[in-house]
Ligand binder design. Sequence first.
Ligand SMILES: [Zn+2]
Length: 241
Amino acid sequence: MGRRLKLMRIAGVDIYLHWTYWLVPVYIIYSTRIFGEQSWFVAGVMLFLLLNLSLCVLLHELGHALMARRFGATTKDIIITPIGGLARLAGMPKNPIQEFLISFAGPAVNLGIALLLVAAIFIAGGSLTPAFVFDGLSQLPVILLWINLVLFLFNLIPAFPMDGGRMLRSILAQRMGYLRATLIAGRLGQFIALFFSIYVLLERQYPLILVGVFVFFSAQFELNQARASQVNEFDFDSADS
Ligand SMILES: [Zn+2]
């Protein structure tokens, strides 16, 4: 996973920051120069928002890790990258219901955070719609609420490499086998990535093409892994008999 910095250890899981993560604060400081006199204030607000976003991503990954532990799977580590987090599980259970629950635990954390923020904003008498003005940090709870709702919905997209892809695979695997279910969830992810890439190309949002490319190859990685594990099982079976 390349160069990374160990941040801390929570519940027996090592948390790392991927080296590419530092590109985000550098980009924020660089891009907020257009705000003139206010640039350092705007950069400060954006960096604080980034910190909170990363914390929500970390809690999402811990959701996966703690649910996995309930079913006897250990988490090797959690890596925070600019495009999200990654909890690397050792021995993902092949039980479809357990895999479904482990996959859903991450988005469920984001939904939980969003509901807590709705309650807090409601009690404080605030509005749930963001105002999109830099009036300091009073907008932070509302922005975080929407970020968590987006994280929840985005991760439920039923295609690899999103959590929803894993959930779809666990449902399909009960009817058609693990490999075929992975193939469907994986190809669905690649189709969405291709569609997304063409769309952002037409809209001239060129940096977003990187997201499409990442999703496409992550889906391919899942397919390759499923094929490899199928081969291992086969090898094991033939050695056994
Ligand atoms: Zn997740």
